[in-house]
Design a protein around this ligand. Structure first.
Ligand code: ZN
Length: 144
């Protein structure tokens, strides 16, 4: 970890790098100033999705959802609660698959809500269906 941690800003897409020791001090994006490791769920677009999935040194879990999907809306507060519980272990983000359908096609997503966990540029595991926060936490911990 001498090179530090690389993290894509989930708000603006800027690539950031900072020393590992600063991780819990609340590092901010050099470009837009948001916290790089916050405890909230960042809304991604397609470009930031691909950058964050590819390059980040912290695991990323993405909620593939859509506004018309009732179970997705039910799960949103559960996902947000898991994000708070797992801060510094993984970053949490969501992407609207209605707004960015090409992402769903590429990832062969057939049903939502779907969670995909990424680490070191690779897909690690998927969890489908609306889940309580405890299931989401267990899923992430089991695979990291
Ligand atoms: Zn930024």
């Amino acid at each position: 970890m001498q090179d530090g941690i690389r993290l894509t800003c989930l708000s603006c897409g800027q690539a950031n790098r900072f020393p590992f020791t600063k991780l819990k001090a609340g590092p901010k994006c050099a470009k837009c100033g948001v916290m790089l490791v916050g405890d909230d769920v960042a809304a991604l677009n397609d470009l930031r999705h691909d950058k964050a999935v590819r390059a980040d040194d912290l695991p990323l879990i993405v909620d593939y959802w859509a506004p018309w999907c009732g179970p997705c809306r039910t799960m949103a507060p559960e996902f947000a609660a898991a994000a708070k519980a797992l801060r510094f272990l993984a970053r949490f983000a969501k992407i609207d698959t209605e707004q960015f359908p090409a992402i769903s096609q590429r990832l062969q997503i057939r049903g939502i809500p779907l969670l995909i966990l990424y680490a070191q540029g690779k897909e690690i595991a998927r969890l489908s269906g609306a889940r309580p926060a405890s299931d989401i936490e267990a899923f992430v911990r089991q695979h990291l």
